[in-house]
Design a protein around this ligand. Structure first.
Ligand SMILES: Nc1nc2c(ncn2[C@@H]2O[C@H](COP(=O)(O)OP(=O)(O)O)[C@@H](O)[C@H]2O)c(=O)[nH]1
Ligand SMILES: [Mg+2]
Length: 236
């Protein structure tokens, strides 16, 4: 199986080299870094890492308005244009997603179309988050599940492995999300397309280096997204 791990980056220069070592430790795994013109030089660092690991790292340098969703759309398009890619993983660059779970996620796609690295399967498996972040994330998941009727416990998880044909079924040219709500939109569309979802428990560890880019703009987008998805689904 050829695995492509898509990683969006914005100011992750301390984290990216460690992540690369963790991911490329697995044979057959390649990486795609999608950088949004990070002011800290993460994009140039990604180019240097790509030169050092020839053929195993590709880099997309986005320009214009930044956004996690926009970056993943570019990354998924790139992945589908590579005929030899069988599985497409997605993960954060800040080491909150331990690369050692990748083989489990990959294995879980033997019996599913998308495997989700879940923080909320056995209670709450999050380390070093302030209480307000835990409240926000658990509330967000309840709210999203209630409005969208999605079944996974962790609908906002950014650690996933997709079968290539499941990504091909996503309407990438009609995505509404610019930011974080991309996670919910992709699961919603995957469910509508009949994809089988499975959750794999992970322990999520808050970043040590750099800062979270979560802001009120992406939060408002995420609050409205479940309703926008429901309305759009009704019209189709
Ligand atoms: N390309 C790109 N990556 C982003 C953007 N915002 C966040 N990221 C990346 O998305 C991942 C998760 O972001 P983070 O700020 O840690 O979100 P949190 O874990 O929800 O606090 C990290 O790899 C970030 O570098 C963006 O606008 N563009
Ligand atoms: Mg993070």
């Amino acid at each position: 199986m050829n695995v492509l791990v898509v990683v969006p980056t914005y100011n992750e220069k301390e984290n990216l080299p460690l992540l690369v070592d963790g991911v490329l430790a697995y044979d057959g795994y390649r990486m795609l870094v999608v950088d949004d013109a990070s002011p800290d030089g993460t994009g140039q660092l990604a180019d240097e890492l790509a030169r050092a690991h020839s053929g195993r790292i590709a880099v997309i340098h986005r320009t214009g308005a930044r956004g996690l969703g926009r970056s993943y759309i570019a990354g998924f398009r790139y992945a589908l244009a590579q005929p030899d890619v069988d599985l497409i993983c997605q993960m954060d660059a800040d080491l909150s997603h331990d690369p050692s779970y990748l083989p489990k996620l990959v294995a879980a796609t033997a019996t599913s179309d998308v495997a989700i690295g879940s923080r909320y399967l056995d209670g709450i498996s999050v380390v070093n988050w302030p209480l307000h972040r835990i409240f926000l994330s658990t509330f967000a998941n309840r709210y999203i599940r209630a409005v969208t009727r999605l079944s996974p416990r962790d609908c906002t998880a950014g650690y996933r492995c997709w079968r290539r044909d499941a990504v091909a079924r996503l309407p990438l040219d009609r995505m509404l999300s610019e930011g974080w709500s991309f996670m919910v939109e992709t699961l919603f569309e995957a469910a509508r397309a009949g994809c089988r979802m499975v959750e794999v428990p992970i322990i999520f560890i808050e970043r040590r280096h750099g800062q979270s880019k979560l802001n009120s703009r992406v939060l408002v987008e995420s609050l409205l997204m479940p309703w926008r998805l429901r309305l759009r689904a009704k019209r189709r």
